[in-house]
Design a protein around this ligand. Sequence first.
Ligand code: 13P
Ligand code: SF4
Length: 307
Amino acid sequence: MEQEKIQQLTEEIKHLKKQRRAIILSHVYQRPEVQEAADFVGDSLELSRRAAETDADVIVFCGVHFMAESAAILSPDKIVLLPEKQAGCPMADMVDGPSLRARKQNMPGAVVVCYVNTSAEVKAESDLACTSANAVNVIKSLPEDQPVLFIPDKNLGDYVAKKSGRKNIRIWEGYCTTHEKLTRDDVLAAKREHPEAQVLVHPECRPDVVELADAVASTTGMLRYAGESPAEEFIVCTEKGILHQFNKRYPDKKFYPASEKLVCPNMKATTLEKVHRSLLTMEPQITVAPDIREKALRCLERMLAVK
Ligand code: 13P
Ligand code: SF4
């Protein structure tokens, strides 16, 4: 988008935001101009926390559907807008209420830990949620011998099982269609090109990619690591939108995407025009039915209580 148009829309968004008493939350995978228009940019865990704490009347969620739903669950008295209603998450769609209920019947006594990348209906059927930032701590908060069903990300599940040392974890077969595209060969090629660079890997990547990491972390964890590390170059194994934050925060360091394939089309579906339109029309609103909300809230609150 042209710079002039971006400036004009950003100004109008600022004005509307005041009028509506709105806050704009953006995931780090969003388009740079959307991140720049936001009041807060972060990972899934930080965005959930902000949504729970804000005293704004309206939350404009620049992310995907499950994130806006979590905001609606945590802040039921607020209007939650998702500027592009079709922005979903293919991984979240890999488990639904009926398939989870059927699996639970075969695992009586298991605690269901759901990645936050799930629908409200699935959260309502789960015991506690986690994000990539706190998944290991969430699992460790459970008794050592507690059987766990971890849904839906098989890659995060594998990482968490290895890291926590827990043996009694059954893992769903879901995956992120964006991170799954990244292969070990892609990362090895990037390392050949940038031999001095450290490799930062998101745990949604395949286990043989995770093995190549200098650091495995959520998106915010990666940003923190790059700031604290004395290294000056980094190969980034997660969605490319995060490069905007890396370059903005650490202009003296170099960041390389591990592959040009690392683009989530759902995260890119939100544009500045759509953010503007949603504030003008107060649509599309995301709501959650009260009976589902009540159960899903327990699941999210249990997660937020884990240190
Ligand atoms: P985090 O924001 O928790 O790092 O997760 C990445 C992601 O894929 C969100 O959809
Ligand atoms: Fe879903 Fe992956 Fe896109 Fe995140 S990056 S929204 S997990 S498809």
